[in-house]
Design a protein around this ligand. Sequence first.
Ligand code: SF4
Length: 270
Amino acid sequence: MSDGERRHILLISGGKDSTALAIYMRDRYPEIEMEYLFTDTQKELPETYAFLNKLEAYLEKPIIRLGDVEGDRGFDHWLAMYGNYLPSPKMRWCTRKLKIEPFEKYVGDDEAYLYVAIRADENRRGFISTKPNLTPVYPFIEDGITRDDIGRILTESGVGLPEYYRWRSRSGCYFCFFQRKIEWIGLLENHPNLYEEAVKYEKPEKGYTWNVSESLEELRRPERIEQIRREDALRKEQARKRQRPKNLAQAFGILDMDIDDELGCLICHL
Ligand code: SF4
């Protein structure tokens, strides 16, 4: 896995898989001089920042925060540059400007291995930079590491899961447009100040809202919240009926991460 010349780079999103990969690589391949990176949009959840500090203590190595080190400008700067047009799944300028470009600038033209946290039980390849000097490596696929193993790696290391998994399925910005309606309610309940900040970004009269179908002002009406909760409970119930527990830990709800593996923004959410 190492040719002694190339750099070794591992992008940490603040999510479970990239965290588990950082732990896995540190424990299994301590001889590799890994550079751990976190591209900071400056709009991440407080739980993510706290979790990064915890992981950093385990790794006994700094996680380089690209926004800080490189002086890259944050979300608000780029929002102004894009005429206050909020990013969306179709217009994902945030990922390019705040994640991919700072990362590629940091690596420059150096030859490097990029360690990608796609698991053996997933059918996708994840973020691959178009830069030819970067060679993607998939240790979890190569070593047959699956979802259950991720839970074990996180638990046994003592790092565990980030706190936000109690109410949200993915890492990323607090206002990320990939989050479900129930997660917006989670944001409202856990971080009402951040929900207010997200409301301030919206301009419904111009059609600038985080969700296509409704503004955050509409979403937080009590009757709407009740409806979203009911729909979410129904969805979970149907998912439970479809899926039997695969192991004892799941049966007893120990490692049962109700964590969404649906594709969002891979570089943000791994
Ligand atoms: S987490 Fe969401 S809002 Fe933030 S950069 Fe990624 S896609 Fe954009």
